[in-house]
Ligand binder design. Sequence first.
Ligand code: AMP
Length: 613
Amino acid sequence: MPEAPKNTLKPTTDYNLELKNKKTLQFIEDVTSNADEVQKKVLEEILSRNAHVEYLQTRGLNGHTDRETFKKTMPVITYEDIQPHIDRIANGDTSPILSSNPISEFLTSSGTSGGERKLMPTIEEELGRRSLLYSLLMPVMSQFVPGLDKGKGMYFLFIKSEAKTPGGLVARPVLTSYYKSTHFKDRPYDPYTNYTSPNETILCPDSYQSMYSQMLCGLCQHKEVLRVGAVFASGFIRAIKFLEKHWRLLCNDIRTGTIDSQITDQSVREAVMKILKPDPKLADFIEAECSKDSWQGIITRLWPNTKYVDVIVTGTMSQYIPTLDYYSNGLPLVCTMYASSECYFGVNLNPLCKPSEVSYTLVPTMAYFEFLPVQRNNGVTSSISVPKTLNEKEQQELIDLVDVKLGQEYELVVTTYSGLYRYRVGDVLRVAGFKNNAPQFNFICRKNVVLCIDSDKTDEVELQNAVKNAVNHLLPFGATLAEYTSYADTTTIPGHYVLYWELSLNRNTPIPPSVFEDCCLTIEESLNSVYRQGRVCDKSIGPLEIKVVEPGTFDKLMDYAISLGASINQYKTPRCVKFAPIVELLNSRAVSSYFSPKSPKWFPGHKQWSNNN
Ligand code: AMP
């Protein structure tokens, strides 16, 4: 299998950037040219080293490592299928259940099961694989934008809280795990990982202090910044909004060369003080720009050498493209990679392409990939769907990486080094082209997700349950919910969920606003842990809103859908709307609007773990 280029060089003396980039690009050529052989070897390696783990033994794989036997023997699964095994590991069973390597920690996915984050087992060496994927990004990028080694990246990166499972394993999001690892903290010299944010500011657990200090450092080094970004578009916009709110304080710090007293974390203060110098001229400049009426192009105004904005704007994040275009004056929006807690998948080899054309090349060394063909029904008549269990024939017919067909859509299924076997990730991808023999995929959607503002993913079943709980508040008033739908409103920053409710009123008892506010809060309390964390901790989601619409609104909605070609027999009210004219129709018929009066409850860790608060 082609070896990944190693990054062990020291600054300046023996650092040959050109050579390193060349080696990295050659690695991509090699693995994509030999994609099928690499995949075969990856599967052999995973299965041979794990031949004796309980999960493979009990299913009768008997040490086979070939694709055919694997496909015949092993079921295609979802999280719920392995949850009992995960729970045993979480409760302290250290026997080789899923992996022969010790499970080093759990990565908490933003995908949820039973309202709680899914727990993905991982092993120590997986960090190396993640680092490898990161190391591919800048050599690819520098083919299109030269000179990026001459300045810095202003990236807003954050850690989230972590919990311990009852058995004592750490459970935290994958990026928190990565930023806290030596792979990130003690990264060897590389001009491409030269960030304006000192590690201490990224690793600060207090999100306000972390954001404040990263913004301060980014402003101080504004001329050196060549690229800006965050992981997701929503996170970057949150940073701009933060600047809008706090620029006076930040300017004061820059003017005086001191840090605001709200920044109490000593290590953050020390790290920032190495960068911050009194600079009244810079403070005047920032003040002048920030106090202008329009914030259009604020990124290029404050960071004039920025060449692109590095954020994920594919999938649900595409809703943020207009806002990013506004703040950045149309700088290229670059989506570099596609990854998850289960496994890091691939990179965008044509990073300056339009957001709508982004495709990710799956890197064949990362995991063994299979593809389940998907037939999508059209969005207007979407209905509650749960992953369908596959019969034996369907399980055997999953398609290998090099055999996918151009234009076809597939659900991604992975077998990873850390103990997932034929696991359905839940993402739908479409083949957009090939790099040598490796397919390149457009990210289409995550299955079943109807609402998403940040990293939250709310599906129809969760929404339905939450609404069911909330409408109990209406019963004493003789009111029932005739119809509802929802909308992820990102015109506010942070964005928020809006529910459109049409009521049937059976009595003339007026319903006080506080009742609807209770409904809002009950819905929030009923939504999954990732949503509630976004509301409480990260403040990345705003209070949920209920808009009561005039009687007859949903009939109008149906008329409209039918006028667009929906079948009258099959029409079902969409539980989420995105199409602007439909949102306009609903808004134009709203008679009142109510917001959640406070944040819902949230605790780190799973609710069933006793040590979670
Ligand atoms: P998590 O497990 O919380 O890290 O979330 C991983 C999920 O985020 C993936 O399975 C995708 O649904 C989504 N995701 C990750 N990278 C991208 C991307 N580049 N474009 C669109 N969605 C992405």
